[in-house]
Design a protein around this ligand. Structure first.
Ligand SMILES: Cc1cc2nc3c(=O)[nH]c(=O)nc-3n(C[C@H](O)[C@H](O)[C@H](O)COP(=O)(O)OP(=O)(O)OC[C@H]3O[C@@H](n4cnc5c(N)ncnc54)[C@H](O)[C@@H]3O)c2cc1C
Length: 407
């Protein structure tokens, strides 16, 4: 194995939004230090960061003590500012969460309370006021209105960040896959050995595997959940605002919703279908027998125990592969829609959702672990795209801040 010709101060594994935002933060914080990003694909942002709904969330879903609550409001504002500076369009289309029965109102009020506690602008609106926002959106009695939710094209953001990093002197090594840790501060990647003062794991769907190599997160494993979307084909848009159902607050998924994309198209999704392997986007693509066996084994155990209602969730989600069924879910949130216009599946995304194998529960919040030589960003699920700028700043402050004293 050949030895890479450089020892870096910071070596980041993964060129999704978390790896890119962290590289930006570290190069800004320590301009004289060398930063290298290893990305196994030929482009940055090819996985979750380029395959998500593109929603800049407002921050009202999360309980006040969570990292999600801590970063979403600022993340939303900072990402909008980044887009303005780079000339990337932001669709300030806003959002409403609608109730489909009176039983859901309790959870809707809870979301309002969380929003207020998190300092996020939210407003309960009655049916009349909802009609003045969008006359086709239907709710039962009350809806929660979020004026700061917006949408972007996440691929544009990853690419703009990549260009900025290259201009700052960050090295981005594409097509180089981390394979294993080979010693303190050294990893085998591609056909070379890379050494670094600090290694940061931002490997998304593989972040648990990398963390295990470094002795972290032993009892956690990624369970991939696939999100598929259906695009609405018509010049006559059924909605002008993002429309979400009231979620089940016990699990981390927000439910199938209408998204107005950055370029003003309408799509519904994403689902949360348990996938069989980590990059199981379509057909046999990304197939890995060992991985499938591991994933399916965990999923079967969850199914048998029905942990956190997994059995019901899996059955309900798999039904959403049916176009008609998925379109019907959208119909429940509006007065009028032509379901036949949901014709095209768009690029699916897969969530790197962490499972605690000891408690058989899904981890709700972001998780970060590390020591003086390595840091591991785990469970960077939604809304980590929105949160990425303040989240990586916090990682740098809390886990890497005293790097100068250590090296
Ligand atoms: C369907 C869906 C919808 C979502 N909607 C939203 C939303 O609307 N708003 C929002 O804020 N968030 C949303 N999210 C969440 C958001 O996309 C993620 O939180 C975010 O993209 C995570 O970024 P990441 O960099 O951790 O992961 P990724 O983007 O997956 O990046 C990880 C990178 O690591 C690379 N990698 C993996 N293993 C290796 C290795 N061994 N060697 C080298 N490189 C490696 C991968 O190739 C990948 O590029 C959504 C996610 C999904 C799946």
């Amino acid at each position: 194995m050949k030895r890479d010709n450089k020892t870096y101060d910071f070596l980041i594994i993964g060129g999704g939004i978390m790896g890119l935002a962290l590289a930006r933060e570290l190069k800004t914080r320590f301009p004289g230090r060398s930063v290298c990003v290893l990305e196994k694909e030929k482009e940055v942002g090819l996985h979750a960061s380029g395959r998500n709904s593109g929603v800049l969330h407002a921050g009202f879903y999360y309980s006040a003590d969570s990292l999600k609550a801590k970063f979403t409001k600022d993340g939303n504002a900072e990402m909008k500012k980044f887009c303005r500076e780079k000339g990337i369009p932001v669709n300030e289309c806003r959002k409403v969460v609608v109730a489909q029965s009176e039983d859901e109102l309790e959870s809707l009020y809870e979301l309002e309370k969380r929003g207020i506690k998190n300092g996020v602008e939210v407003k309960l609106v009655d049916e009349k006021e909802l009609a003045s926002i969008d006359k086709n959106v239907r709710t039962v009695k009350w809806a929660l209105f979020s004026p700061t939710t917006a949408t972007v094209n996440p691929v544009d953001i990853c690419q703009a960040m990549q260009s900025e990093l290259l201009a700052m002197g960050v090295e981005i090594r594409l097509g180089v896959e981390y394979r294993r840790k080979i010693g303190e501060g050294a990893v085998a990647a591609g056909d070379a050995v890379y050494e670094a003062g600090m290694i940061v794991n931002c490997a998304g769907l593989y972040a648990d595997k990398v963390a295990h190599d470094f002795g972290f997160a032993d009892e956690y494993v990624v369970i991939p959940f696939k999100g598929i979307y259906l695009k609405y084909h018509s010049n006559d848009k059924p909605v002008s605002i993002n429309v979400y159902p009231v979620p089940n607050l016990k699990n981390p998924f927000l439910g199938v919703h209408f998204t107005i994309t950055a370029d003003n198209a309408v799509k519904i999704g994403p689902t949360a279908i348990p996938a069989f392997w980590r990059e199981n986007y379509a057909g046999m693509g990304g197939f890995n027998a060992k991985e499938m066996w591991e994933t399916v084994r965990h999923e079967c155990a969850l199914f048998a125990k029905n942990s956190f209602g997994f059995r019901d969730l899996a059955v309900a989600e798999i039904r959403k592969y049916n176009k008609r069924h998925l379109a019907k879910m959208a119909r429940n949130m509006v007065y009028a829609i032509d379901e036949n216009r949901f014709t095209e599946w768009t690029r699916p995304g897969i969530r790197a959702q962490l499972l605690n194998t000891r408690t058989s529960e899904l981890v709700q919040d972001f998780m970060v672990a590390g020591d003086r030589r390595s840091v591991h960003i785990l469970n960077a699920v939604s809304p980590a795209f929105t949160c990425s700028l303040p989240f990586t700043r916090w990682v740098a402050e809390k886990f890497i801040g005293n790097f100068h004293q250590k090296h």
